[in-house]
Write a protein that binds this ligand. Structure first.
Ligand code: 5GP
Ligand code: MN
Length: 326
């Protein structure tokens, strides 16, 4: 697979790279790392993300070159889909992208559907950025500080700063190497985890206030509706990390956060009036990717999610029913 991918990259001229909607650090980092690498080989690149890039990742090199719309195929001969368990995760452009002759699927989700013409899926990789690193090494790109910062950020954020169960030996080995290429860990941490708005703290307050625990004591549910985001002047991306508090409560096995699905950029109309995004985290004993899949979503064993048009009370009662079996 690696050989085939390198062959396609070498023979292509015009490459579209896409991240998933509501991108996280791994998605953005993989996008900019691979994009800049392919550009250094003389390829024309388009970096695509339907959602606005969360403010905390805008320090990433080339993140200002990520476009939110594409008009037709523009002569792209290869598409690279990063960190997406299915192609529809790229958002509305999926139907256009599907027409690109070669679609390379690079991912580490257990729920990946094997879409595309070539797949490089490694569910043991700590992040998609780890797989991107291997490609870059194999293709012989010179790793610049900009590329290194992108890879480092992808691994740092997807491993929860080397705390989650996907933290493997390569997470440390690759990040060490990236530091040798000039990455400044404190600079990255300042941006990723650095100062945040008062509104975000108030949003956390509201999220914690909404916390409910199932009768079994094993499931926690937090709920954030659109009006709360409006009142605190915050964005969906501001909820990043909230679930860690709920998951760390003693005896909790699964933590859920139900939030109104809003487009990343709050100046836009909501995706749909009554669409919710549900994020799930597990303590390691429950496979939340399986739960998310049952609702049409996906993810990893310990971190997964789905979007739904069920009402809040329907979502809660389904989750509570599930809680009786965990
Ligand atoms: P979060 O819910 O925190 O956004 O995402 C947790 C994990 O689940 C991430 O790895 C993310 O890619 C995956 N995930 C979240 N929502 C969805 C979804 O609607 N569909 C799929 N396939 N994966 C999702
Ligand atoms: Mn990832």
């Amino acid at each position: 697979m690696m050989k085939q991918i390198i062959h396609h990259f070498n023979n292509s001229k015009n490459i579209l790279l896409a991240a998933h909607v509501d991108p996280d650090g791994d998605s953005v980092g993989s996008l900019t790392a691979l994009g800049l690498s392919l550009e250094s080989l003389g390829k024309k690149i388009t970096l695509y993300s339907e959602s606005a890039i969360p403010a905390v990742y805008r320090f990433l090199p080339a993140s200002d070159r990520i476009v939110r719309t594409i008009n037709g195929l523009n002569g792209c001969d290869v598409a690279v889909i990063l960190d997406c368990s299915n192609i529809d995760r790229v958002g509305k452009a999926a139907s256009t992208i599907k027409q690109i002759p070669e679609i390379i699927n690079i991912d580490h989700h257990t729920t990946n559907t094997n879409f595309g013409t070539i797949q490089l899926i490694d569910t043991w990789a700590c992040a998609t950025a780890e797989i991107v690193y291997r490609i870059i090494k194999n293709i012989g790109v010179r790793i610049t500080k900009a590329i290194a910062t992108s890879i480092y950020t992808g691994i740092l954020t997807d491993t929860g700063s080397f705390r989650f169960s996907n933290t493997n030996e390569s997470a440390f080995a690759i990040c060490k190497e990236m530091v040798e290429y000039g990455v400044d860990p404190s600079y990255v941490a300042e941006h990723v985890y650095g100062p945040f708005s008062l509104g975000r703290l108030k949003l956390l307050n509201r999220a914690l206030d909404s916390l409910e625990i199932s009768a079994t004591g094993k499931l926690s549910i937090m709920t954030l509706t659109r009006d709360v985001f409006e009142k605190t002047n915050t964005h969906p991306e501001d909820t990043d990390g909230f679930l860690n508090y709920a998951r760390n409560i003693k005896d909790i096995k699964v933590a859920a956060l139900i939030q109104h699905q809003l487009n990343g950029n709050r100046t836009e109309e909501p995706v749909s009036e009554n669409c919710y995004h549900v994020s799930l985290r597990s303590d390691g004993t429950v496979d939340v990717a399986a739960i998310a899949s049952a609702f049409g979503g996906g993810g990893h064993r310990n971190a997964a999610g789905f979007s739904t048009e069920l009402t809040i009370s329907e979502i809660k009662s389904k989750l509570l029913k599930l809680a009786e079996t965990i």
